[in-house]
Design a binder for this molecule. Structure first.
Ligand code: FAD
Ligand code: DHB
Length: 390
């Protein structure tokens, strides 16, 4: 089989890029390790930047997002028994974020790929990028006993943090920067009315909590837990009880609880791999960088990679201009590191760190006090939360 661009990974990054390139007449294939049902069962991001939404519309996938997604103009941070609101629109010069689940967005992308007859191979086993330093790279995968070879001009590694693409770059080329946090987030999805119309990020001495939502009848809540905890070890009652503890009294009193329809623990990690290009292999999204979810930057950072890659590929195929491809790694990393900084900062600001000394706790308090007393700090927060320009 021969295509122009072989994309490894059928998550949001891979699907969005393949859809955008297809619309420009560039031939792609997506190789996904798991079944479509498996990919769609993952509950992850909920907050989208407008830059991401714009790309979804350009990919002709924005209709349901625009209909069902909620525009949010502010968020709350609760701390020390008070709830402060950050007016995102006011401090970002009129911008906002869209609350629309990654699951729904991925479903929309799959449907769009189906409609155009896009090639998406599921359950592709042992996917292996080969000869990516040459002008004739190829990718192999296994379908049952058959090994299939896909010849291509470029390989896109959009296979997430645990994928094969990044690992195929030689160790003496790849530089990895990592910080692992000593806790995870236990997330619960429940078919209940959200406790608040806007997100609440809660700093509490028992640990961080987040009240988020997917719609007016679907809530998403998180609490910080030790890494040794398991979802099975947390009954629904124990989860709701702990969440209530960490919320201001008036919010806890309003919380509507119900059976969890999904419960999982995500470890928190900051990670960047450089460079994002090795020969004809280009990394995108979680394959190259991970953030702790606190600032809602992960999927949005993937979106900027896809934006740069999409334009670079179009320039290459339509104009014979390789400047975008040559500059891809540096350009993408410049924005990636800013999202890393914000996510790290917000994580440090709001979580309880088991090894904190009293000095660290004082700095957390001071950082929060500064945020809510300085218009410059609020502007900086809002600019980062709604997403820096691509
Ligand atoms: P992935 O979604 O990981 O997709 C990669 C795909 O590649 C997967 O389908 C995988 O099955 C496939 N794959 C893996 N290995 C192989 C292989 N060997 N061969 C072929 N295919 C392979 N981000 C935000 O912007 N906002 C938020 O509000 C937010 N909240 C989050 C909350 C939680 C709890 C978590 C865990 C994450 C959150 N994120 C958020 C981050 C966001 O979910 C990720 O950044 C996003 O999924 C990255 O998309 P991706 O396509 O690059 O990678
Ligand atoms: C969600 C996740 C986040 O990490 C975040 O900062 C905001 C919302 C969510 O899953 O809804």
């Amino acid at each position: 089989m021969k295509v122009q661009v072989c994309i490894i990974g059928g998550g949001p990054s891979g699907l969005l890029l393949s859809q955008l390139l297809h619309l420009q007449g560039i031939d792609t294939i997506v190789l996904e390790k798991y079944s479509r049902d498996h990919v769609l069962a993952r509950i992850r991001a909920g907050v989208l930047e407008h830059g991401f939404a714009k790309l979804m519309r350009e990919a002709q996938c924005g209709e349901r997002m625009d209909r069902e997604g909620e525009i949010h103009h502010g968020i709350h941070i609760s701390h020390d028994g008070v709830m402060d609101r950050i007016d995102l629109s006011k401090y970002s010069g009129g911008s906002s974020v869209i609350v629309y689940g990654q699951t729904e967005l991925t479903r929309d992308l799959y449907e769009a790929r189906d409609k155009l007859g896009g090639k998406v191979i599921h359950n592709a086993a042992d996917v292996t990028p080969c000869d990516v330093k040459s002008d004739r790279p190829y990718v192999t995968y296994r379908d049952g006993d058959k090994v299939i070879r896909v010849d291509c001009e470029y390989v896109i590694g959009a296979d997430g943090f645990h994928g094969v693409s990044r690992k195929s770059i030689p160790k003496d080329v790849l530089r990895e920067y990592e910080r692992v946090y000593p806790f995870g987030w236990l997330g619960v999805l429940s078919r209940t009315k959200p406790v608040s119309a806007e997100l609440i990020y809660a700093k509490h001495e028992r640990g961080f909590a987040l009240c988020s939502l997917r719609s007016q009848v679907l809530s998403r809540y998180y609490i910080q837990v030790p890494l040794s905890d398991t979802p099975e070890g947390w009954s629904d009652d124990a989860f709701w009880g702990e969440l209530k503890h960490r919320l201001p009294g008036e919010v806890a009193a309003k919380l509507i609880t119900g059976p969890s329809i999904e419960k999982s623990i995500a470890p928190l990690r900051s990670f960047v791999a450089e460079p994002m290009r090795y020969g004809r292999l280009l990394l995108a999204g979680d394959a190259a960088h991970i953030v702790p979810p606190t600032g809602a930057r992960g999927l949005n950072s993937a979106a900027s990679d896809i934006y740069y890659l999409y334009h670079a590929m179009v320039d290459h195929y339509k104009k014979g201009d390789d400047a975008g491809l040559d500059g891809y790694s540096n350009r993408a990393l410049a924005r990636v590191w800013k999202a890393q900084r914000f996510s790290w900062w917000m994580t440090m600001l709001l979580h309880r760190f088991p090894d904190n000394i009293p000095y660290d706790n004082k700095l957390q308090d001071t950082d929060l006090a500064y945020l809510f007393s300085s218009e410059a700090a609020l502007r900086s927060f809002a600019e980062n939360y709604v997403g820096l320009p691509f």
